[in-house]
Ligand binder design. Structure first.
Ligand code: GLY
Length: 328
């Protein structure tokens, strides 16, 4: 391992945000509060605070009897277009070379999937992912090929590095240290999963990935089964947080499979988190999952406190904290 790689992984695992082992306890809080069954089909779940606005955009489509696929794309696009968000689309933090690279994927009710990774200069990777799903025989396009395809499909090139993120990057360059700040805008991918009024499920996931990541790094968000998985007979799940941990455990696929076996959405999310903490050094990472099932139940679980998720249905419009493995 060269010095660059060694210092990257050292700082990844040993940032200044370590926690005392004695504070780690499995959550004992009730599953009941997240097992609410919605009264009539129609439900959107999104990650983090920016999920509230994403849910509103998605709900506009659901409530007009639109398809879950259109709803999740609309929710994801709203977040991608917001220059204030530092981890998605326009205004997302660049990599170590100062280049913004984007990952996204989408799945529909038929089990179709589309994905783009390491995409540059295109504001709406989620819509490019949808085009990959619908206009090509493939699932995933990356880098220059993904950009070339996007341009052929009518997307236009834009500079996604805003003045604010350029200044932050220049500041970061002075030390060039990778120090993840748990829950603070470093991994807050938007995942949007929805059930429409016809009962069909779809999901979308989009991110600029880890701020100041190595050039060429791709996370979990464009990986079907890691950042997102949908099975219209069972449920849907999405991930946010340290993508490496999610990829190594196929987190979203695992959640959907556990729901197939009878676990509630929250139980399934918790089991996926436990799979990470059992084998990986989770001291300096956050990973969180959201899930919904075919019956309209939903849930979430995270490694540590500080992960809120947004819920929208006919009778709910809230942002609530998930239960967590680590208790303060
Ligand atoms: N979960 C987003 C990433 O790790 O890139």
């Amino acid at each position: 391992m060269n010095q660059d790689r060694r210092s990257f992984f050292y700082t990844l695992l040993h940032s200044t945000f370590g926690i005392a082992a004695g504070t780690i306890l499995a959550s004992r809080s009730s599953y009941a509060k997240s097992r609410r069954k919605t009264t009539q089909p129609g439900l959107v779940l999104s990650t983090w605070k920016h999920g509230v606005a994403a849910n509103a955009a998605a709900w506009d489509i659901i409530v007009k009897n639109g398809a879950a696929l259109d709803a999740v794309e609309a929710g994801a696009r709203l977040t991608e277009a917001n220059p204030e968000g530092r981890s998605v689309g326009l205004g997302g933090r660049p990599d170590r070379e100062g280049i913004v690279t984007l990952d996204a994927c989408i799945m529909d009710q038929h089990g179709n999937a589309g994905s783009v990774a390491f995409l540059q200069d295109i504001k709406h990777p989620i819509s490019v992912a949808r085009k990959v799903m619908q206009e090509t025989p493939h699932v995933m396009l990356v880098g220059k090929g993904a950009q070339q395809f996007a341009l052929q499909q009518g997307f236009r090139k834009e500079n996604l590095l805003t003045e604010a993120t350029r200044k932050e990057y220049q500041q970061w360059r002075k030390k060039s240290q990778y120090q993840p700040i748990i829950n603070i805008e470093n991994h807050d991918t938007i995942g949007v999963i929805a059930q429409d009024q016809h009962g069909n499920l779809s999901g979308a996931c989009t991110t600029s990935g880890l701020g100041y990541k190595m050039h060429g790094r791709v996370g979990d968000s464009p990986i079907i089964g890691a950042g997102l998985f949908v099975d219209n007979e069972v449920g849907a799940a999405a991930a946010t947080g340290t993508g490496e941990a999610v990829m190594k455990t196929c987190g979203s696929f695992l959640i959907v499979e556990r729901m197939r076996q009878g676990a509630s959405p929250m139980q399934a999310c918790k089991e996926a988190v436990l799979r990470i903490v059992k084998h990986q050094d989770y001291r300096d990472m956050q990973v969180a999952y959201i899930a919904i099932n075919k019956q309209g139940e939903y849930g979430a679980f995270s490694i540590r406190p500080g992960f809120p998720y947004a819920i929208k249905s006919h009778d709910l419009d809230t942002l609530q904290p998930s239960d967590a493995y680590v208790q303060k």
